[in-house]
Ligand binder design. Structure first.
Ligand code: FNR
Length: 361
């Protein structure tokens, strides 16, 4: 086995990543009717210029009602494709790979903006809208009670992910990530705490995994064989009786069987009262376990903030890619600085590199 580290390239299917650093998807909550605008271009484009290997566009709603807030990005009409294509084009022009996360917020839809408190909006007068989920169980007090999806509704969700995938490919994205984490719709079907169905989509582990496996299989079937498909999961709900790491191992094996290339391993978000031992790299052991026990490539995420820590995750075999979120908000050029810290010449954009190096002499 050749030695790998944070800065070594990785090829998945036909896509080459220049290093192992990924800009993790992060909702900006500034879109109007789901349309990407100049903010999204600059927000994402600056991290591509800043040396990451893969830029993943924030959770992008496959249906209008599947938005967390009314300012989420969306991809539920053909009109959404053009502004997203502009972003994909720019990201790729900087030597990064353009990816997008496709999402449905399920029972956690219809919320106010986070900087206004993020409260559930339960009435049209408050700006809310009807939400759906596996069962009629609200996320929390003050959140809308979802309508349990019927068979046709479930087929509609699969179809929405399919159309969204076609649009994402038309926009030029080369990595599609299905969002099945953080308590949103696909995660809600996985967890016994939000899914009390008695049909083929609830009860046994097999039944609870059915919707995600359908969506993942459908997306994989539409994406050309040369392009990767990722799935983000929450490895555990951090709550008694909920989704957990053992079930995640089984799921990761099944995702691999349907052709998913990498499982991006997060945690939590399903229930408000979870007890989460948040700390440096606290989710990395889950990425390690899924990689070891399911034999699937993994992404590690969560409080990964410095270059040596990130490098250790790759060299130690915990994960294949390192997803960085908040630290990239603080420092758009985090990846360039990581290269410097690990003893390599930063891959500056061409217009900066010669000037920066000349000044140093
Ligand atoms: C997030 N996160 C997130 N996750 C996801 O899967 N889709 C998303 O759209 C978002 N949106 C989002 C917005 C903002 C502002 C933050 C800070 C986070 C979670 C994020 O990708 C990451 O998993 C966590 O933030 C943990 O990583 P860090 O921030 O500790 O590196």
């Amino acid at each position: 086995m050749p030695e790998v580290d944070l800065l070594s390239p990785l090829t998945i299917r036909g896509v080459r990543f220049r290093n192992r650093i990924v800009m993790s998807p992060m909702c900006q909550y500034v879109a109007k009717e789901g349309l990407a605008d100049d903010w999204h271009l600059v927000h994402l484009g600056s991290r591509a210029a800043g040396g990451v290997a893969l830029v993943v566009v924030e959770a992008t709603a496959v249906t209008r009602d599947g938005r967390i807030t009314n300012s989420d990005l969306g991809i539920w009409t053909d009109d959404h494709v053009g502004p997203l294509a502009r972003i994909a084009r720019f990201v790729e022009s900087q030597g990064a790979v353009a990816g997008i996360q496709l999402a449905h917020a399920g029972r956690k839809a219809s919320c106010d903006l986070p900087w206004k408190g993020g409260a559930g909006l339960t009435t049209p007068a408050a700006g809310g809208w009807p939400v759906v989920g596996p069962s009629a169980i609200a996320f929390d007090d003050g959140h809308p009670v979802p309508a349990a999806l019927d068979a046709a509704g479930i087929d509609g969700v699969v179809a929405a992910f399919e159309v969204a995938t076609r649009r994402a490919l038309a926009a030029g994205f080369r990595v599609i990530e299905v969002h099945a984490a953080h308590g949103y719709l696909l995660h809600e079907f996985l967890s016994p705490l939000s899914n009390t169905r008695t049909d083929d989509y609830g009860g046994s582990l097999e039944n609870r995994m059915r919707l995600l496996l359908r969506v993942a299989g459908s997306v994989r079937g539409l994406v050309p064989a040369k392009l990767p498909v990722f799935v983000r999961i929450s490895a555990t709900d951090w709550a008694d009786g909920g989704w957990d790491a053992d079930q995640s191992v089984v799921l990761a094996r099944r995702l691999k069987e349907v052709g998913i290339d990498l499982v991006d391993v997060s945690s939590g978000g399903l229930v408000p009262k979870a007890r989460i031992p948040v700390g440096r790299g606290y989710q990395v052991p889950f990425a390690r376990r899924l990689r070891d026990e399911a034999g699937v490539m993994t992404g590690a995420v969560g409080l990964i903030t410095d270059a040596r820590q990130a490098d250790g995750i790759v060299t130690g075999g915990d994960a294949d890619l390192v997803f960085v979120a908040r630290e990239l908000l603080r420092e758009p050029y985090w990846a360039l600085k990581a290269q410097q810290e690990l003893g390599e010449e930063p891959t500056w954009p061409i217009s900066y590199g010669y000037a920066v190096k000349r000044r140093a002499k």
